[in-house]
Ligand binder design. Structure first.
Ligand code: BTN
Length: 312
């Protein structure tokens, strides 16, 4: 959001204020205040004009300005009603030199998942890509995927959903039998993309697809998705997105702390797993996760460190 507009919005938060008072407080003209109030109304903010002055009476349900309003993390939010892919848009922004941008959409028409799969993204979900420029070597990039998984899990648990993390990057809702994967359903998936040189990352785009306020019928059955509507009813997408961005921001400041947070919510550890890796299948007990996101599998004969793969 434009800086003066943000200051006008903040000025309206503390109760009624007249245009001249606000203009003086912000050191801008009355015309500028009026222009920003009108623009905020167009973005869906309810701003009443009373004798005592302007008063903020309603915040829009979703959107860029809505998510930025009260967001306690230094991200600009770029919102699209419909876009092919927020990750593709974030990559374009990276090419233009941008940093700390959250690209958010109500609908994606060409959403992509891992392994070049399509990612169904109808209107109502939270389709979010965070563009960051961390000062880390490329080998540390997986920690940002884990950070996003922890961030979504925390937000979901705050919303009353029993969300857990399945290595490497799925947020799932535990099934009836928490000891097995039976009935485990996918609430969110993460696709991380990056560019960099041998010793340093240039940018990382962490794309997160959250099946928030979707009717289950809107999603393909083969994805076995959970939806928050299913679990707890409709969630406030504005607050949910804010919690995700804020938690991600906190975790990225200390990527090594992500592992502890990840383990706390992991569903994979302690289970028998079969991991399809680029080097072949690894079967055994998932015994640990090490920085920056390596799964340690005890096959009975040896401990294998798995850095990438699909886990069953
Ligand atoms: C997965 O395969 O589990 C990862 C899915 C990631 C989907 C998200 S939705 C927002 C962002 N934009 C995309 O095109 N993909 C990611």
């Amino acid at each position: 959001m434009q800086e003066t507009r943000e200051r006008v919005l903040d000025g309206l938060t503390d109760g009624p204020v007249t245009g001249p008072e606000l203009a003086e407080r912000l050191d801008v003209s009355r015309a500028a205040v009026w222009k920003h109030v009108e623009a905020l109304r167009e973005e869906g903010f309810g701003i009443a004009s009373r004798d005592e002055g302007y008063e903020l009476v309603e915040v829009p349900e979703f959107g860029g300005a809505a998510v930025e309003y009260g967001l306690e993390a230094p991200f600009d939010v770029e919102f699209h009603d419909s876009i092919p892919s927020t990750n593709a848009r974030a990559r374009d922004l990276a090419g233009e030199g941008a940093a700390d941008v959250a690209v958010l959409a109500d609908e994606q028409t060409g959403g992509r998942g891992r392994l070049d799969r399509a990612w169904s993204s109808p209107s109502g979900g939270i389709w979010l890509s965070l563009l960051v420029r961390p000062d880390v070597p490329p080998a540390h990039a997986p920690a940002f995927t884990l950070a996003a998984a922890v961030a979504v899990t925390r937000a979901a648990r705050e919303a009353g959903v029993d969300a857990r993390i399945k290595w490497p990057n799925d947020v799932v809702v535990a099934g009836e039998d928490a000891e097995s994967d039976d009935g485990e359903r996918k609430l969110a998936g993460i696709l991380t993309e990056m560019e960099g040189e041998a010793d340093r990352v240039s940018w990382v785009v962490v794309g997160t697809g959250i099946n928030a306020n979707l009717e289950p019928a809107a999603l393909p059955s083969e994805a076995r998705p959970a939806t928050l509507l299913d679990e707890v009813g409709a969630v406030d997408r504005r607050l949910f997105t804010q919690r995700v961005v804020e938690a991600f921001d906190e975790l990225r400041a200390d990527p090594e702390s992500v592992i502890q947070a990840w383990k706390k919510h992991a569903t994979t550890l302690g289970k028998r797993v079969r991991v399809d890796t680029p080097a072949g299948e690894v079967v055994g007990d998932a015994v640990d996760i090490e920085f920056p996101g390596t799964l340690v599998v005890d096959t009975g004969e040896e401990r294998v460190q798995v850095t990438a793969g699909d886990c069953e």
